[in-house]
Design a protein around this ligand. Structure first.
Ligand code: GDG
Length: 758
């Protein structure tokens, strides 16, 4: 998964705790917590260097090894812990990123220490990491590390994963150091988030505070005087668990026996309800206790029939908000047992301690109902673990819709934990759910967890990181590319060789996409401008003997004109091939001859009208849906629809309507484009080639729709993908500046005219 590169994990805490053995000696064992549970199986498989704090302040711990991990401790002083960890990480960022459930505090001395400690982590990694290593930085405590590390070690590929939600831009805006945090994160090549909403929020935030435009799932970091622009993948990769390993523990006879024993020790209640959380105010423990208390008080559930076991693993005990929470919870527990318990019977068993994995699994197996009611949670692995363990397909999961896991676990009883009446109703329903319904729901939950298990997650995330590593240093054909400089940007050596060969041939077609290829991506499409160097190079080429220049864009020709592009002597195809000017390629045109550039046929117009009216009626009033009219079709955008599930349904409805109207549909992220003509860039290039004298093609493109061209290219042609992402192109350049450098090189070799870097 890492292409032979060393994997370096970086997290605030090393994934181990020191334990004192019976003979008084000390040793290390892996510690509980979401991060460890998720990445442990990957690390076991790949081995790694892990950089982090060993857990005790003012103590120097020498590097050590456990299994396939080499651990490199970073030292933190008592004051570092107070200001960087308890202060900025858990008193500022944690509440801010969890929808300000608690009030974040903003203190300059906390921030200063956060910066210092992040620098210390970056320096430690820079010292320890092997050349070309892949460094994977974890979580909100270390958001400045990616940019610091990039400065210190440009050879590294840097990935960041945020385990907690990323806040909406309007909340993030509160942070006095918001721009610095975004810049810190943008030092990474890949930034992973738990949910689509987190990734979207980050991309919008990056645009807003650093003016780095978002392009699809990426953010383009603009060039500066001393470095070219870079593309950062900022995308959701919902984390998961090793479902098969949990299921295997759940199958073990001694664990099953223990589950039975737990029920017996609790007096064999009709319903055993369970909660397992770090004792954290985001987890909604107070809300579920309130609901439980009211149900007992109202007599809706009988204290003789039910026991609720709440495991609250100690957490951040020196942070004031956590102390308060503990006090409140413990007072409530006492009150509930005092009011509703009897001698030898407590309706609420509260356990403020951690357990071994086997005991946790036994608890999952013993529980008829699991309550997971966070007010906000990046994912919540406890919910996934419960499903993975229930090999008997029994048990009911009550799950907050504000947990990331709710996106995948749709067959849980979804609740809004703020709605105490709704929560009460869900608890009663769960306690009385017929076995058959339990089976059906649990079956579906288990399928979801097994489908996206930790190896699926790791393959997706590390696959993206690996692709980023390769696109930075190696051409898609596998060879190392020593960059050579032309003007201000670098043309990789393998491309340079092939461009030299193309330049010497008598006939040549230079074809290219526009947005993201000739023009850097900007927030508003009408503001896009071709790089002057690309314009000059293409003009020189278009005027030279035996060379044709063709622009193939998804924009309509009208949309292209808004950019002020000068297209004299160019062939231009708009709307993904539905419009074509600058060449007489009428014969064989899809959807009828002679229509390109001219307009719609009567039939096309009728179908398009019908669809436009249907869309207006069915989708027009849906919040967040945007309908875009194109010369040969319509596009439905759902990026702004607040509810993801609803967005998916709306797109499905649009596709059905489109099919009824006989439209051709093109899928994009959060968009479906419907066209009356079955054209794509690949077919339009074929038509152009049919008309022009034979010759090889150089094609440059950055978008998924450009893949239709790359796949039509032959061995004598040259396809160059601009930016990251999977591609059928044989070569890759990182950004439009380098694409312009390639065109300038070709122009110079073909005509002798030097196209400057300005
Ligand atoms: C963060 C995000 C995201 C808990 N107590 C014990 C124990 N655990 C294990 C659970 C589970 C993990 O810890 C808790 O993970 P969660 O996902 O529920 O929550 P956070 O700790 O807040 O984790 C969260 C996660 O990162 C991963 O990205 O899902 O949203 O907040 O695996 O089983 N394990 C053992 N003893 C305990 O007492 N052995």
């Amino acid at each position: 998964m890492t292409g032979g590169r060393e994997l370096v994990m970086v997290s605030n805490r090393l994934p181990v705790d020191r334990v004192v053995n019976e003979d008084g000696s000390t040793s290390w064992r892996t510690s509980p917590g979401g991060l460890v549970t998720a990445v442990e199986p990957i690390v076991e498989q790949l081995g790694c260097l892990w950089v982090g704090w060993a857990g005790s302040a003012d103590e120097r711990v020498d590097p050590f090894e456990i299994g396939s991990m080499r651990l490199a401790p970073v030292e933190l002083s008592e004051e570092d812990v107070e200001l960087y960890y308890e202060g900025f990480s858990n008193g500022t960022l944690w509440p801010l990123y969890h929808d300000v459930i608690a009030q974040p505090e903003y203190h300059r001395e906390w921030w200063d220490r956060y910066r210092q400690v992040n620098r210390r982590f970056a320096e430690r990694v820079a010292q320890e990491a092997a050349e070309d290593a892949i460094v994977w930085v974890h979580d909100y405590q270390l958001q400045l590390v990616p940019a610091l590390l990039r400065q210190l070690r440009p050879d590294l590929t840097i990935a960041f994963f945020l385990h907690i939600p990323f806040p909406p831009s309007r909340l993030f805006a509160q942070l006095p150091w918001r721009k610095r945090i975004v810049e810190g994160l943008l030092g990474a090549d890949v930034i992973g988030f738990q949910q689509v909403t987190d990734a979207v929020a980050f991309r919008m935030t990056a645009e807003r505070f650093t003016r780095a435009p978002a392009l699809g799932n990426t953010v383009v970091v603009p060039a500066t005087a001393d470095r070219p622009s870079r593309t950062v993948l900022a995308q959701e990769f919902p984390i998961s668990i090793d479902a098969a390993a949990f299921a295997a523990v759940a199958e073990r006879p001694e664990v099953r026996r223990r589950a039975q024993e737990i029920r017996e020790e609790l007096g064999n209640p009709k319903t055993l309800m369970l909660g397992i959380d770090r004792l954290d105010y985001t987890k909604g423990i107070r809300h579920r206790l309130k609901a439980y208390n009211e149900l007992l008080a109202d007599g809706e559930i009988d204290a003789a029939d039910i026991v609720f076991v709440q495991v609250a693993t100690p957490s951040r005990e020196r942070v004031e908000a956590y102390r308060q929470l503990r006090d409140e919870v413990e007072v409530t527990v006492g009150r509930i047992n005092g009011e509703h318990g009897a001698i030898g019977r407590a309706p609420l068993v509260y356990l403020h301690r951690g357990y071994q994995r086997d005991e946790m699994v036994a608890l999952y197996l013993a529980a008829d109902v699991l309550l997971v009611t966070p007010l906000r949670d990046g994912m919540n692995l406890v919910a996934k673990e419960y499903a993975a363990c229930r090999v008997d397909e029994q048990g009911v999961l009550v799950l907050s819709e504000f947990a990331g896991a709710a996106d995948e676990l749709r067959d849980a009883l979804l609740v809004n934990p703020h709605d105490i009446e709704g929560l009460k109703a869900a608890i009663v329903r769960a306690a009385h759910m017929p076995k058959e319904e339990q089976r059906r729901r649990m079956h579906s939950l288990r399928r979801a967890v097994h489908h996206n298990d930790v190896s699926h997650w790791a393959a997706g995330y590390l696959g993206a990181v690996q692709a980023a590593a390769e696109s930075r240093q190696v051409g898609p054909s596998g060879e190392r590319t020593e960059p050579i400089q032309v003007g201000a940007s670098f043309v990789p050596r393998s491309i340079d060789d092939r461009v030299r060969r193309l330049a010497a041939l008598p006939g040549l077609i230079v074809a290219t996409d526009f947005d993201g290829t000739l023009a850097p991506i900007v927030p508003r499409p009408q503001d896009a401008r071709i790089l002057p160097r690309a314009q000059q190079a293409l003009d020189v080429l278009a005027a030279s003997q035996g060379t044709s220049v063709a622009l193939l864009t998804g924009r309509s020709l009208e949309g292209l004109a808004e950019t002020g592009l000068s297209i004299d002597a160019w062939i231009v195809s708009g709307s993904h091939g539905s419009e074509l000017v600058g060449i007489d390629a009428g014969s064989g045109a899809p959807g009828g001859s002679g229509a390109e550039g001219g307009g719609l046929t009567e039939d096309e117009e009728r179908r398009l009208d019908w669809l436009a009216r249907r869309f207006a009626r069915v989708l027009g009033d849906e919040a967040g849906v945007r309908l875009e009219h194109k010369p040969f079709g319509l596009a439905v955008h759902t990026r702004e629809v607040p509810d993801r599930e609803q967005a998916v349904e709306l797109l499905a409805a649009a596709v059905e309507l489109g099919a009824t109207a006989g439209m051709h549909v093109r899928e994009g992220k959060e968009v479906r484009e419907f066209s009356v003509r079955a054209a794509d860039k690949g077919s339009v290039l074929r038509r152009i080639r049919d008309v022009l004298p034979p010759g090889p093609v150089l094609f440059l493109g950055d978008d998924v729709t450009d893949e239709d061209v790359f796949t039509t290219l032959g061995p004598d042609d040259l396809g160059i993908k601009v930016g990251p992402g999977g591609t059928a192109a044989s070569e890759r350049v990182p950004d439009p500046e380098t694409a312009a450098a390639v065109l300038a090189l070709l122009a110079e070799l073909r005509t002798g005219i030097v196209v400057g870097s300005e």
